[in-house]
Design a protein around this ligand. Structure first.
Ligand SMILES: NC(=O)C1=CN([C@@H]2O[C@H](COP(=O)(O)OP(=O)(O)OC[C@H]3O[C@@H](n4cnc5c(N)ncnc54)[C@H](O)[C@@H]3O)[C@@H](O)[C@H]2O)C=CC1
Ligand SMILES: O=C(O)CCC(=O)C(=O)O
Length: 302
């Protein structure tokens, strides 16, 4: 069986798959190259970089070798899921393996924003000692509003609660009966009550932004926004306006409408703590993801 790992994988994943007798191709093929390569592949493993579009699937269908697409991670927005399934290609992700890592990055952004860590790193390297400008605040007692109370949202809630934050959440599916420690509120209520708002929802193209101009207007003055979910769930244009008008005091951003982002206004904004889509980029998450991929391949019935 030919397995193409197009966006890299943990070294143990590759070794284990080879030991089990699979032919592993651990190499990145760009969009054009992949159109050819996909024809000889049985299993395709991707992270977020590779876009598995209808066109790419059409190329695979010319030989019908491709039977399984594995997303080494959570978000399936880079894969044309319906088209793959309609054509008999199975698609799976690793839904739990990276939740803790993403939640910890979320908290990292919150702490950085509260204490100016991100901007101190910039100004100190410029030779400045801006001690007076960097009076922060404790997160203890502040309200964290979580939009999307799935795997990552709930992990984030647990850590935030341990820090003494008052956690409220909203979710499309409503109140979760298995989370009695956390208070469910309606979406608009969450916008009004939160000091920090963090999103942990999937990107669904047809649904558009979850947070844009109208939502920013309803928030507290001086609110902080964290987006480690997907670029398309918060409007970058609306966020920049809210930051510049002072409505939003700071933002922690790991994901962008276009990646790699070229939004210089966001990248260089003093009130933005920025990371290059590294939510799942920890040794532990990648190892867990890798082992789950191996299980999925070994148990896959060709
Ligand atoms: N920055 C990074 O590296 C990573 C980002 N992610 C992103 O985080 C997202 C969330 O991941 P999980 O928590 O594991 O997913 P999950 O499926 O466990 O939870 C998502 C929750 O959001 C809710 N939801 C969906 N749309 C909503 C809306 N408009 N308003 C309120 N609630 C809504 C769902 O009902 C569900 O409970 C992923 O879809 C992915 O895009 C995931 C892993 C790594
Ligand atoms: O590892 C990656 O490429 C990004 C992780 C991610 O965004 C996801 O798992 O949804």
């Amino acid at each position: 069986m030919n397995i193409l790992i197009n966006d890299g994988a943990h070294k143990d994943t590759i070794t284990t798959l080879k030991e089990k007798g699979f032919n592993v191709i651990d190499k990145h093929f760009n969009k054009e190259e992949l159109k050819e390569k996909i024809k000889e592949v049985d299993v395709l493993i991707v992270r977020s970089k590779t876009k598995v579009t209808k066109n790419l699937i059409d190329e695979a269908l010319k030989t019908r070798n491709l039977k399984l697409i594995l997303r080494a991670g959570v978000g399936l927005d880079n894969i044309d899921l319906n088209y793959a399934k309609e054509n008999g290609i199975e698609v799976h992700n690793t839904p739990l393996a990276s939740s803790r890592s993403v939640a910890e990055l979320t908290i990292g952004h919150i702490m950085s924003l509260a204490r100016h860590v991100h901007i101190s790193n910039v100004t100190m390297r410029e030779g400045k000692w801006n001690k007076k400008d960097y009076k922060g605040f404790e997160v203890f007692g502040k309200t964290l509003g979580i939009i999307g109370f799935g795997n990552i949202g709930r992990q984030t809630a647990t850590i935030a609660q341990a820090l003494g934050m008052n956690v409220i959440y909203t979710d499309k599916l409503g109140k979760r009966d298995d989370c009695p420690d956390f208070k469910f509120v309606q979406f608009n209520e969450l916008l009004r009550q939160s000091d920090f708002i963090t999103l942990h929802v999937p990107f669904i193209k047809d649904e558009g932004y979850v947070i844009s101009h109208n939502e920013f207007k309803q928030m507290k003055d001086g609110v902080f926004i964290i987006n480690v979910a997907r670029g398309g769930v918060v409007s970058e244009e609306a966020l920049l306006r809210a930051l510049n008008e002072g409505k939003v005091a700071g933002a922690g951003i790991d994901v962008f409408e276009e990646e790699p982002t070229r939004n210089e206004d966001l990248i260089n904004h003093n009130k933005v703590c920025i990371t290059p889509h590294i939510g799942a980029s920890t040794a532990e998450a990648q190892e867990r993801i890798g082992m789950e991929l191996v299980d999925k391949i070994v148990n896959f019935k060709m």
